[in-house]
Design a protein. Structure first.
Length: 223
């Protein structure tokens, strides 16, 4: 093998890599917030006493979870303009990622709600709490504690999934890598650096989420 490794060739493109890192984190964070909001609404619909609401929530979850994210992204970015709604690449990426995450987080949240014992809910209602107060004070915290690791893993997966949005021209980390590769022809060096970047992000966020879990849930349960 006569290939000469030259990682120094990437140094002039550090501003582009940094820009890609920032955009990746922004996309993941915003999509996580919107996705969780969608997931919470859908999860509540999934456990609703009204059959029509339960069915609508289930159709949404099944439709999103059983189709590729790339297809959903293309529908938002390329399909909606046919209906008169044209979106920028970054906006389309956030919408598609949020809708996709909403379906997965809805099932995680639903599992958390159903993990709370019926006796606890009945005890809250017997104390005179309304349904909303019972949900807030009795159901929500134990449910989030039960599903927090799954939600944390979902955020990490979402961050890694942002690489898909480069297919519509979003210049996040993977999009910048493709641009740099086209300029330097140093594919091995470029994608090795990007792989290491994603690995650092993943391990860093997992450590952060573990620290939050310990501070919020473990310490509080020991008080």
């Amino acid at each position: 093998m006569n290939y000469n490794f030259k990682f120094s060739a990437l140094w002039p493109y550090m501003p582009e890599i940094l820009s890609g890192v920032i955009l990746t984190l922004q996309l993941a964070s915003v999509a996580m917030l919107f996705g969780l909001a969608i997931g919470l609404a859908v999860a509540i619909g999934r456990v609703s006493s009204r059959p029509a609401i339960r069915m609508a929530a289930r159709v949404y979850v099944e439709a999103i979870r059983n189709t590729p994210l790339l297809v959903q992204l293309f529908i938002v970015f390329f399909g909606l303009p046919s209906l008169g709604l044209r979106l920028g690449a970054n906006t389309a990426a956030v919408i598609a990622l949020s809708i996709n995450l909403g379906a997965y987080s809805a099932e995680i949240l639903r599992a958390g709600f159903e993990s709370v014992r019926v006796g606890q809910v009945e005890a809250g209602r017997s104390l005179g709490l309304t349904a909303a107060q019972t949900f807030r004070h009795v159901v929500l915290f134990p449910a989030i504690k039960a599903i927090y690791p799954a939600l944390a893993s979902q955020f990490v997966l979402l961050m890694l999934t942002t690489s898909v949005v480069s297919s519509i021209g979003v210049t996040e980390l993977f999009g910048q890598a493709a641009f740099i590769d086209s300029r330097t022809y140093r594919s091995f060096e470029v994608y090795t650096l990007i792989t290491l970047s994603y690995l650092v992000f993943t391990l860093g966020f997992r450590a952060l989420f573990s620290a939050i879990y310990w501070a919020v849930f473990v310490r509080r349960s020991h008080r």
